[in-house]
Structures are given as C-alpha cells and as structure tokens.
Design a protein around this ligand. Structure first.
Ligand code: FE2
Length: 405
C-alpha cells in the first residue's frame, strides 16, 4: 500500500451480523433481543447492507474493522459479511480486519426460526482465514504465525498493526508468542523511524471502572508495556459497545468505537494528515437514507433512527424496571420515572453524549429520585461509574501520532 497523506480511514467495530437466513424476525429472536444490549438483531442484515451502500458512496481510502463481524460466529452470517466486504473491495476500497470474540468456534451459534432456537454451525480458525484472506491478510507485510495479527505498511513512514486477542489458545489475551512477534516487529519499524497506529477488538485501556473484566484484554498491561516502549499514541478498539475515548496525554490513547449494530450505529472517520496529526470523528449510519433509496416500505426502516433509539431505550427501561419492581416501597409513578431516567442516561452514555444530558446531575429530578430511593439498586452503581471522570465529548479527538520525545 502506498497511500498519500491525508489518509482517510473508516473504522468500525461490532457489526454482529445475523444472517436473514437464520431468523424470521419472529418470537425467538425477539426474546433474545430483549435480553441483549440493544443490538437491533431483527434488522441486522439491513444495517450491514446500508453500511456497504454508505462505504461505496463515501469511498474512504481504507476500511478497518475491529472484530465481532457476526452475532455469534454463525457460518451463514460470515458468508453474508464476506459477500458485503467483496462488494466494498470491488468498489475500490481495501478492507483490513481482525476477528472478535464472537467470530470463531462459537458454541452458541444458532438459528431463530418458527419460535425456536436451534444450534447452527460456526467456523474454525482455518475457515476464518479461508473466508477473510482477502481482507487484510493478503496485503499484510508482516504476519504473526500464532494469531490473526498482522501489520500493514500504509506508506513509507506509517504502519497499522492489527492485533488479534481472540485465538483458541489464548482467548481474551495476547499470547506470549504474539507479544514477542509484536515486540520484534514494532522494534524494527521503530528503528526505521516508522510511525505506528494499532487496532484491537477488546480494549487495552480502561473505559469504565465497572466494565473491565471481559472487556479489557486480560494481560493488557503487558501489551501496553510493548506499545509504550515504541511510544505508540493511539489504539483503535471496539467490543465494549460504548462510544468512549480513554486519553493519556503523554502516552497511549484509545478510542472505543460504539457498535455498528446498536444505536446510534456509529462509524469513525480517522484522518491522518501530512504532519501525522490524526483526527477522529464519529458519524451515525443513515439506515433510513439507504432504505429510502431502495424503496423499502418497512416503517421501522423508513425512520430507523427513531426506531433504533426507542429499541435501545426500551431494552434499558425493561431491565432497570425489573429491578425497580422488586422494591415494594416504590410507587408505580416512581418506578416509571426512575426507569425512564435510567434508559435515557444509558442510551446517552453508550452514544458518547452523556455530557450533553447530565453535566449537572443534581438539576435532574430523575437523578435526585434515584439518589433518594434507588441507592441499593444496580443502576445507581452504573450511574456512578458513568460519572467518575468529568463528562466530555466522546465522539471527537485530535492528536499527533508522532511519538512524544
Ligand atoms: Fe466483542
């Protein structure tokens, strides 16, 4: 690859595509969706179709996907993802990706048809490579034999290291062999004066003190040591489905880009200019714009933003509502007000826009009600974890990739 600067990368994570052949938008899927985290599973295939439409029109120089391509690693879903990615590459946009923790050898891979849930085939590690060889692996200048990690030479001076932490032998971790490979490869690059940007699925830095186990790479400190050694400034991650920036002014920074599969369906524009200054800015995928262009008549798709926003809100409200109903001292209007507040706050938090809603929590009646009556409930602890650090705009970032002297 020999990109001229400025370089426009589109970065996304957590597509979680569930093939339309594996569900009938019926009861079985509905039940699973309500227990979920806001992924709009019934319209999963349409979201990715709209994404392809967007990418082909927007024409970034490179599309980078930080894993979790499928809902739960179903072979059928992978086949759909591969088809979409071939369309994107045929349109002249190279793709580079790594797997997430929901992509390979997933036991819960299933079909949701006629009201029942039946197990469906997933894929093995060799099958992953067979399917996705054309999306990064064929173009890699350096590849790790112990994982699906690799390094792309973006141009003379700039490299992108995609680090896989989801192998069968070391799930959720970076294995000693991969760490050694990375250390050696980055060492050589850095000795040649190359600037390096990295990407992972799971997080290296903490984005929320309450969500670390299972979200952060188990041995993230070891990985951070290597990245710090070569004074890497930015890692692009996903997985937590939270739009958030973990900032360390003198060291490694990390973007966690929200899930493409859940409201507000964020994608990150990452632009690197001639001075190696990087700008990161998110945008919501316009699914209804795509639907209008296709002449789709489904009202949920025609106003998808409202539908998906309400979908996320409804799932949050139901979950907190169930906790609130356990407390007999709360009146019905209190339960409703508290559940509504929790859903609104959770939706804004995961969209990276809580700073617009809750700059001064005490001014909100809902917050005061929670403080007075809900301190023993789960959401109160979540809410406090959202407010540990000062609220900021989580959707924009500007930093120099050049190592600090
Ligand atoms: Fe994940």
């Amino acid at each position: 690859m020999n990109y001229k600067l400025p370089l426009n990368i589109l970065h996304v994570a957590d597509l979680h595509l569930l093939s339309a052949r594996l569900h009938d938008k019926g009861d079985a899927l509905h039940r699973i969706s309500l227990q979920g985290d806001g992924k709009v599973l019934p319209y999963s295939a349409e979201i990715v179709e709209a994404f392809t439409w967007y990418v082909l029109r927007q024409k970034p120089d490179l599309l980078v996907i930080s894993g979790d391509l499928t809902f739960n690693g179903e072979l059928e879903s992978h086949l759909d993802v591969v088809e979409q990615l071939h369309r994107i590459q045929s349109g002249g946009i190279p793709v580079a990706l790594i797997p997430g923790n929901h992509d390979i050898a997933i036991a819960s891979a299933a079909a949701f048809l006629k009201g029942s849930i039946r197990s469906a085939p997933s894929i093995s590690e060799p099958e992953f490579l067979e399917l996705y060889r054309a999306f990064g692996y064929d173009r890699a200048r350096w590849r790790d034999p112990a994982s699906f990690s690799y390094i792309l030479e973006l141009n003379d001076g700039l490299r992108l290291a995609l680090i896989d932490t989801n192998t069968r032998l070391a799930p959720g971790r970076i294995s000693p062999a991969t760490l050694e490979w990375l250390d050696r490869s980055l060492g050589e690059a850095s000795a040649q004066g190359e600037t390096i940007l990295t990407a992972t699925h799971q997080n290296i830095l903490v984005h929320n003190e309450k969500f670390t186990r299972g979200f952060i790479i188990d041995n993230h400190l070891e990985l951070m040591q290597v990245l710090d050694k070569y004074r890497i400034r930015l890692n692009l991650s996903g997985h937590i489905h939270l739009q958030h920036l973990a900032l360390t002014p003198e060291g490694l920074n990390e973007t966690a880009t929200g899930a493409l599969s859940a409201f507000p369906h964020l994608m990150a524009h990452v632009t690197i200019d001639e001075e190696l200054v990087l700008q990161y800015r998110t945008e919501s995928l316009n699914v209804s714009g795509w639907a209008a262009g296709q002449g789709v008549a489904d009202p949920n798709l025609m106003d998808f933003e409202a539908f998906s926003s309400q979908y996320f809100y409804g799932i949050s409200a139901l979950k907190t509502g169930a906790d609130l109903l356990q407390d007999p001292s709360l009146s019905e209007p209190e339960v409703i007000r508290m559940a509504e507040f929790a859903a609104e706050v959770t939706r804004a938090y995961f969209s990276g826009t809580l700073h617009l809603l809750l700059q001064d929590p005490q001014r909100h009646q809902g917050y005061r009600l929670w403080e007075e009556k809900g301190r023993h409930l789960r959401f109160w602890h979540y809410l406090n974890s959202f407010l540990i650090a000062p609220l900021k705009n989580e959707n924009e970032l500007r930093l120099s990739l050049r190592p600090k002297p």
